[in-house]
Design a protein. Structure first.
Length: 533
């Protein structure tokens, strides 16, 4: 409980920001901020109903509402894992065999780890003075359909290292931390009065230099002895009842090694995850799919897709206003304990500051993951044959997107009725792209000030619409059958459809131009009113 209280105290921050936009060290006053990007954010907030902070507004103290994860006694029956999946919420499982695994005893010994896992390929490496938050990136040069992003985050490198070096650098980190604490205590003792003590402590803490933090995950089968130590675990593998038997979907067991004070940025997965803690403890925060818009996940096209943009240690509430009022489940997972994480539940994992942490997770594909994978989400081949020019492709993409949204969510097409599609697109822009637009701007090819959506070209629409609808409508029916109900929550459908929209638009323009296309094409009425800005 002390660990939980300390963690909660860290997020109960009193923040005071003026209307100054801080993008990774580049600060731009509102008056000098690029007017076009202010216009995009204004459009998104106007249509979605969000309110941007006024000039000089002081943001009040914010907090994350938290409650502890429920604990359930494990029942030794074959279908219990499937029963948990049907609950659809995280739970800590007690009375399991995890506490009796040989791993809980053996992996406490560093000599044992050096013998049975001597080499760790592809270790994440990051330097910092007070812990490290890891945000895995897919290399852009390996994935040409990704956004090219200027990032101010700490550089994260990957390389092979030995277990001996992994453990020795962790020991160096702990020694440096202890020395910094001692220096801080001495500085406080030498302070002339009580008022000077906090400043003296800060100076003492500052004696700790940059430390190398390492983080590693891989398939447990790469380490046969460790694989054997963490058995039995077959009872954690299961096949969702909605996945056909002929479909090849295997469960996978992963091992996680982390230095002290390492944090995994909030992210979500599409699979079921049974997460077993083996060595030391981890503080885990869990967020339901309904909280996704408060977490501001990176765009689908971003190298760090499915990762939250928000720095939890110092959240910028001007850039991320929806972060206020975030709700979470929280648990400190101790050795021998097991946590179930459902699909699409985001989780932030903070390793203990006192020791290396080791965990094992058993990951099983979910039914929604299988359904989503069964849909052909690529740009339709018939579209490629029928629509050759950039203008015709843009019109066809708009028709395809609005047809799918109408079929799956029942949204009103842009320009008609309540303009539900425009609201949907504006929320996508606000919660995924608006905060990182300055990072994308140097790589854009479309001129945001000159590019105009082709919605006003009636003749072009009249020529393209019949062909586009003939292809889009059957595809939309397929989408609706796969994710338009059948136990799929509205929040999950929204996440998946936003991913699909980004992929579709990246088929007709460069990935970095996708936000330009969204801002210009949805909604037409608001865009036309703002073009003079």
């Amino acid at each position: 409980m002390a660990f939980i209280r300390a963690a909660l105290l860290g997020v109960l921050l009193t923040l005071s920001y003026t209307w100054v936009v801080d993008y990774g060290g580049l600060e731009l006053a509102r008056s000098s901020f690029d007017r076009y990007w202010v216009w995009i954010l204004d459009v998104a907030m106007e249509v979605s109903g969000a309110e941007a902070p006024a000039a000089e507004e002081k943001v009040p103290a914010h907090y994350i509402r938290a409650r502890e994860v429920e604990r359930i006694k494990w029942e030794p029956e074959d279908a219990f894992a499937a029963h948990l999946a049907e609950l659809g919420r995280p739970v800590v499982l007690t009375n399991t065999v995890i506490s009796k695994w040989p791993a809980v005893r053996n992996w406490r010994e560093n000599s044992y780890l050096r013998s049975h896992a001597p080499t760790l390929p592809s270790v994440w490496n990051q330097s910092g003075a007070a812990g490290a938050t890891f945000v895995p990136w897919r290399l852009v040069e390996e994935m040409p359909t990704r956004l090219v992003v200027e990032s101010q985050r700490c550089a994260i490198r990957m390389h092979e290292t030995s277990m001996a070096r992994f453990l020795s650098t962790a020991a160096e980190h702990l020694a440096a931390e202890a020395a910094a604490d001692a220096a801080a205590a001495a500085a406080v003792a030498d302070a002339s009065d009580a008022a000077a003590a906090p400043a003296a402590e800060a100076v003492g803490k500052g004696t700790k230099g940059a430390t190398e933090y390492l983080y590693y995950t891989d398939d447990l089968s790469f380490f046969p002895r460790l694989d054997l130590d963490s058995s039995p675990r077959d009872f954690l593998k299961f096949r969702d009842r909605g996945i056909p038997n002929e479909t090849h979907f295997d469960s996978q067991s992963m091992v996680w090694f982390a230095h002290p004070s390492v944090t995994a940025q909030p992210h979500y997965d599409l699979s079921h995850n049974f997460f077993a803690q083996v060595r030391s403890s981890k503080l885990i925060m869990l967020f339901s799919p309904e909280q996704s818009e408060r977490l501001y996940f990176n765009p689908r096209l971003h190298p760090a897709h499915r990762q939250s943009q928000v720095d939890f240690d110092a959240p910028n509430l001007t850039r991320y206003p929806r972060f206020r009022g975030l709700t979470t489940l929280i648990v400190t997972l101790e050795p021998g304990e097991l946590l179930y994480i459902p699909p699409f539940w985001a989780h932030r994992v903070e390793s203990s500051a006192d020791d290396v942490t080791i965990s094992v997770s058993v990951i099983s594909p979910s039914e929604i993951e299988a359904r989503w994978g069964s849909i052909n989400r690529k740009w339709p081949e018939q579209f490629e044959e029928d629509f050759k020019t950039p203008g015709s492709k843009i019109v066809a993409a708009r028709i395809l997107i609005e047809t799918v949204l109408r079929a799956v969510l029942g949204l009103t097409p842009a320009g008609g009725g309540d303009d539900d599609v425009a609201e949907f697109m504006a929320a996508l822009l606000e919660t995924r792209y608006a905060p990182i637009l300055p990072q994308l701007t140097p790589f854009m090819q479309l001129n945001p000030r000159k590019f105009k959506c082709l919605r006003s070209k009636a003749a072009l629409h009249k020529r393209i619409e019949p062909k586009a609808l003939a292809i889009a409508e059957p595809l939309a029916v397929h989408f609706a059958r796969a994710i338009g109900g059948n136990g799929v929550s509205a929040a999950v459908r929204t996440i998946l459809l936003r991913d699909y929209i980004e992929d579709t638009l990246a088929s007709v323009v460069e990935p970095n131009d996708v936000p330009v296309l969204i801002a210009n094409c949805w909604p037409a009425a608001v865009v036309e009113a703002k073009t003079s800005v």
